[in-house]
Design a protein around this ligand. Structure first.
Ligand code: ADP
Ligand code: ZN
Ligand code: ZN
Length: 815
């Protein structure tokens, strides 16, 4: 007998373990590890989706107690490659979640089987109670049948006991309906059966009997061409379903379901390009990568190079080599920079070997690309972080472009870091991981600097084009000299000049997150928690400043502690205000604004950029959204209105984020033949994130920042474990947070951790829920995670269901 060890798709964490099922005789040849199947499970008698983790000849459970699996899904082909299954186990261990949640994250979109319970009126005989009768009326009003969940939500009070009574008396039944995700455009194809003798006999019979004329036409049509889809067959034979069905039942037809796989681009639209002869630095990088690729145990590569230094060219040449070896490549790009431009470059170079997946495609189209990869029809997949889970048989290289982007971090369970998952997958598959960035995150660069990663650098721009001229405008001086507008005189002049020259301008207001901070406009000093070196966040309700790491609270100062000035203000000019101000100062300018408000609707983001790209506006005002991945050759001026906003975001990564943003924004200026100019406005012109960004000196910035991280014991010198406690009742949330805090405090000595908080989160209330935060720091990541998970588990039991605990390991932004 053959048994399958299966993980079922259940939300209940208690059932996140292997269950044994009997594999029926007829599927013993077909079944494989990694397949998706249907199994009977618990009260869900209509079937639950399950995943085959392993197969065995024996089971610990007596066979008569076991049920058999009822179906094999996905055309009988595995959804999970062996490497992806292993990756799921690793993710479960690493990211505080169930194996099922990891499998769901890895699975392609749209195939999951969903089931829903319905409550349905039936004919009972026994008299219902008054309460029960009321529910029956309610159900009748809904037409006698409704989803159980809807009934529970629409009913005042507890429905379970009422339903129990009604079911016993036979007045209602619960029925489960299954909705298949599966493939929408499945087609049935037909061939003549293999048995030629049988075929000839049947045909002879049909030729004799005029009543079988339709059957004969079907057979003749298939003799002419096969396979034919059902629709084609019906048309050619001028037949209905009936003769086809009869022939199939008699075993005269071979039937197979096949999926169409839609293309998401047409190769004709792309001009073929060939590889450039690598420049000196590129050649050196390629050589080093080739050597690493040949190694058994490969180090991840960090390719550090400014925009335009030829990183993409290097990726493409490495990928071409890997494909030539018969292996496959995964290329990760942050969703926001998955522009047609980058896709075009890969498709033009590598042709039909490439496919892409991104959010502008339909679920079905994305699934089709996934299936092409599974069936070996393509060798390169380009996409956002989910493309990491492409089911290639033999991945040779994983490229992660703009690897510093925080949008790579998953913000839903499992909350994983793409860098780490990619590293693990590369290890499991033996692939080379290549991470590229102009501004690597500090942790990655530290890993490279200490030899854990292989550091390769591209310092020159391939086209020799100049970096833009960057100047810093000191807003304290502006104020002193009587300028209270959000524009320094230098920037205002430059905007005017650009308008006259008919060149375009981008203005960034890099306000991020929800935090409002307070600083002195005279000396530039921002109020900072001495314990955590984190900028305080202003809380209007308490009229106080608060550190969101340790919870320290201080009253809003009346005068600057540093210079005594009373000109203390909170930051928070919105993009809309800036837009108004621009329009007032330059009435002749055509201005576009892009921020969360103007990009709520789908595609509005792309539309605004398109208008600007076509030159239909002179000035684009926006948040950091506009900093990424877009090429506007006519932009020659970039103004950063308040570098301080990202510098003071209240996170330990604030300086890093600020440096990245300034560098990226600066990179928008003067892309081609026109020289560019960048003006950074700030109240803290001496801050190293600002000065180093102005000089475009990544190394210099890293050296300063790493000192701070070491002194404060932030990553990479420690790991962070963060818990967000949420719930609708404030006192319950506070109680749960305090309980957890005390537990973590209690075990901190043993686990060698430092606990910060509990404190209200930077966003203390969101969507009707109160939010509190606890942080722990520890040197040993594994130990920290185990300790954190243990404490949360205990706090959960104490707190009850209405309180939620959201855990994150090494979060880069703790809002
Ligand atoms: P990055 O990805 O670092 O921004 P790209 O790979 O896009 O850099 O290269 C910048 C520009 O230089 C592109 O237009 C690219 O086609 C061109 N380029 C790259 N490598 C070479 C080369 N070896 N010779 C000539 N042009 C090159
Ligand atoms: Zn001051
Ligand atoms: Zn603090």
């Amino acid at each position: 007998m053959l048994f399958a060890h299966i993980i079922v798709d259940s939300r209940n964490p208690e059932t996140d373990r292997m269950f044994d099922y009997i594999v029926p005789e007829r599927w013993q040849e077909k079944i494989a590890v990694g397949q998706r199947v249907m199994v009977p499970f618990g009260r869900r008698n209509a079937g639950t989706e399950g995943y085959v983790i392993s197969l065995a000849e024996e089971s610990q459970v007596p066979a008569e107690k076991l049920k058999a699996l009822t179906e094999i899904l996905d055309e009988g082909r595995p959804v999970f490659t062996p490497a992806l299954l292993e990756l799921a186990f690793w993710m479960k261990e690493t990211y505080f979640c169930t194996l099922n949640q990891c499998l769901q994250a890895i699975m392609p979109p749209g195939i999951r089987t969903k089931s829903q319970w319905f409550v349905e009126l039936a004919r009972g005989s026994e008299e219902p109670t008054a309460k029960e009768a009321r529910f029956l009326d309610f159900l009748r009003q809904k037409g006698g049948v409704m989803p159980l969940q809807e009934a529970e939500e629409g009913w005042e009070g507890r429905l379970q006991p009422i339903l129990k009574g009604l079911r016993e008396k036979g007045h209602v039944v619960l029925r489960q309906k299954i909705r298949r995700g599966e493939y929408k455009n499945e087609k049935k194809y037909y061939w003549p059966c293999e048995d030629q003798e049988l075929w000839r006999e049947a045909k002879a019979q049909a030729q004799k009997d005029r009543r079988l004329a339709a059957r004969l036409r079907v057979m003749e049509a298939l003799e002419e061409t096969s396979p034919l889809s059902l629709a084609e067959l019906k048309e050619r034979a001028m037949a209905t379903d009936s003769p086809i069905r009869t022939l199939a039942e008699k075993g005269l037809l071979r039937e197979e379901r096949q999926q169409e796989k839609r293309d998401v681009f047409s190769l004709e639209d792309y001009e073929k390009t060939t590889a450039f002869v690598p420049m000196g630095e590129q050649a050196a990088a390629l050589g080093a990568m080739r050597a690493e690729l040949a190694r058994e145990k490969k180090r991840p590569v960090l390719l550090h190079g400014i925009t335009g230094s030829g990183k993409t060219e290097v990726y493409m040449q490495m990928i071409a080599e890997v494909i030539a070896q018969g292996k496959q490549a995964i290329v990760l790009v942050p969703e926001i920079s998955l522009t047609p431009l980058i896709m075009e470059r890969f498709i033009s170079r590598l042709g039909n070997a490439v496919s892409v997946t991104h959010s502008r495609l339909s679920t079905g189209e994305r699934l089709d690309q996934w299936r092409k990869a599974r069936d070996g029809e393509i060798s390169v997949m380009i996409g956002p972080r989910s493309a990491l889970f492409t089911p290639f048989s033999d991945v040779g290289i994983i490229v992660m472009d703009e690897c510093h982007e925080t949008s790579y971090d998953s913000d839903i369970t499992p909350k994983y870091h793409t860098v780490d998952v990619a590293e693990k997958l590369a290890e499991l598959t033996g692939a080379l991981l290549v991470m590229g960035s102009a501004t690597p995150d500090i942790v990655s660069y530290h890993r490279a600097a200490t030899g854990e990663y292989l550091l390769l650098e591209l310092k020159e721009r391939t086209k020799g084009s100049l970096l833009p001229a960057v100047t810093v405008a000191d807003m304290r001086r502006e104020l002193e000299e009587g300028n209270r507008s959000p524009f320094s005189r230098e920037l205002a002049e430059a905007i005017g000049e650009n308008l006259r020259k008919k060149e375009q301008t981008m203005l960034f207001l890099n306000r991020r997150g929800y935090a409002t901070f307070v600083s002195c406009r005279k000396c530039g000093e921002a109020m900072v928690c001495p314990e955590c070196n984190i900028t305080y966040t202003y809380h209007a309700r308490e009229q106080a400043l608060m550190c969101h790491y340790c919870g320290r609270q201080v009253p809003l100062p009346k005068v600057c502690p540093s210079c005594g000035s009373s000109y203390i203000r909170y930051f928070g000019t919105g993009t809309q205000k800036i837009e108004e101000e621009v329009c007032r100062m330059f009435p002749e300018a055509r201005v576009l604004r892009m921020d969360l408000d103007t990009t709520m609707t789908k595609n509005s983001h792309a539309k605004i950029l398109e208008l600007f790209g076509k030159g239909q506006a002179d000035i684009l005002v926006g948040t950091q959204m506009i900093a990424k991945g877009h090429d506007f050759p006519n932009v020659t001026l970039v103004g950063i209105l308040a570098a301080d906003a990202s510098l003071r975001s209240g996170e330990y990564t604030a300086a890093e984020n600020c440096f990245q943003l300034l560098t990226q924004a600066a990179g928008r200026a003067g892309r081609d033949s026109l020289p560019g100019r960048v003006i950074i406005q700030t109240y803290e012109p001496e801050n190293y994130a600002v000065t180093m960004a102005a000089e475009q000196d990544y190394k210099g910035f890293y050296e300063e920042e790493i000192k701070m991280r070491q002194a404060m014991e932030y990553p990479p010198f420690s790991h962070l474990f963060s818990v967000l406690v949420t719930g609708e009742k404030e006192e319950e949330v506070i109680h749960a947070a305090n309980y957890l805090g005390a537990l973590m405090q209690h075990y901190s000595k043993k686990a060698e951790t430092t606990v910060l908080g509990p404190s209200p989160a930077a966003l203390p209330k969101f969507r009707g829920e109160y939010r509190w935060r606890i942080l722990a720091k520890g040197k040993d990541g594994k130990r920290l995670a185990a300790y954190g998970a243990y404490c949360v588990e205990r706090a959960k039991k104490e707190a009850g269901r209405q309180i939620h605990f959201h855990m994150a390991f090494d979060p880069r932004n703790i809002v």
